[in-house]
Design a protein around this ligand. Structure first.
Ligand SMILES: O=C(O)c1ccccc1NCC(=O)[C@H](O)[C@H](O)COP(=O)(O)O
Length: 259
């Protein structure tokens, strides 16, 4: 299920008002922490944003959603600087309720990002109600007006925004709206091909004041060293952690690389 098909589904769900919102309180249950994600990503070592992703279109089943909270607690205890939680149910097996459960948990003290395919400002409102500190917005999912509106809505709600890019043109669009945290995806969401060189090649287009995140396909401390040398502040990692037989060790290796 490639990006275009996911977006068709998302637009239909929000257009028809049939989005899954059960398990998310009507009012945000915890205070907003603007800047929390950005701050967590600027450390001496490359920060790991560890992902709770129950399944994926490219890999199938990865982790049971029922054990999502336990996983998030382990991530926080073993050195993740932030946690990304899939809010999409259909393709990734997550839910807004899962984000809420993790974002409001007392043992999960690191920032939590609401990870979905945002096509409607109401999704940013749902993210804020869930208690998340941040949302991800994928530039290529939106036209300029839609991107600007979503970015503005999320920012006004006090959420940090990780703006995901894949090309030079998309980096230009991210900077144009004033993005302060920019991700570069290594996975082409139209083919699922993964190439870390995409991050290395595009990083130089981002100014120093922008916090940078390399996303997807990161599997070893050597990968992280490559990205640290290219100038990245942080990495977004799912599959490598979800498949690890020794999470404390794997996370320790990825999170221990100096910038
Ligand atoms: O992960 C997928 O298969 C996928 C398919 C279609 C759209 C998005 C997809 N992934 C979203 C992500 O951003 C990744 O989950 C994230 O970067 C972590 O990647 P990885 O470490 O490779 O699990």
């Amino acid at each position: 299920m490639y990006l275009d098909e996911i977006l068709v589904h998302k637009r239909a769900v929000w257009h028809n008002d049939t989005a899954l919102t059960a398990g998310v309180p009507q009012r945000r249950p915890v205070p907003v922490r603007p800047g929390a994600l950005r701050e967590a990503l600027r450390k001496d070592t490359v920060t790991v944003i560890a992902e709770v992703k129950p399944k994926s279109p490219s890999k199938g089943a990865l982790w049971s959603a029922e054990r999502g909270l336990a996983l998030a607690r382990d991530y926080a205890a073993f050195g993740a600087g932030a946690i990304s939680v899939l809010a999409d149910d259909r393709f990734f097996g997550g839910s807004p309720a899962l984000v809420s459960q993790i974002a409001t948990d007392e043992q999960v003290t690191v920032p939590v990002m609401y990870k979905d395919f945002l096509v409607d400002p109401r999704q940013a409102e749902l993210a804020a109600r869930s208690g998340a500190d941040a949302v991800l917005i994928i530039v290529r999912a939106l036209d300029d007006a839609g991107f600007r509106e979503l970015f503005q809505t999320a920012t006004e709600l006090g959420l940090d925004v990780l703006v995901e890019t894949f090309t030079e043109e998309e980096i230009g669009r991210a900077l144009e709206v004033g993005a302060r945290i920019v991700g570069i995806n290594n996975r082409d969401l139209r083919t699922f091909q993964v190439d870390l060189e995409n991050s290395v090649r595009l990083r130089r287009l981002l100014p120093e004041e922008v916090v940078t995140v390399s996303e997807s396909g990161i599997g070893s401390a050597d990968d992280v060293k490559l990205l640290a040398e290219a100038g990245f502040d942080a990495i977004l990692v799912g599959e490598t952690l979800l498949a690890s037989a020794d999470l404390a060790q794997t996370l320790g290796e990825l999170a221990g690389v100096r910038r």
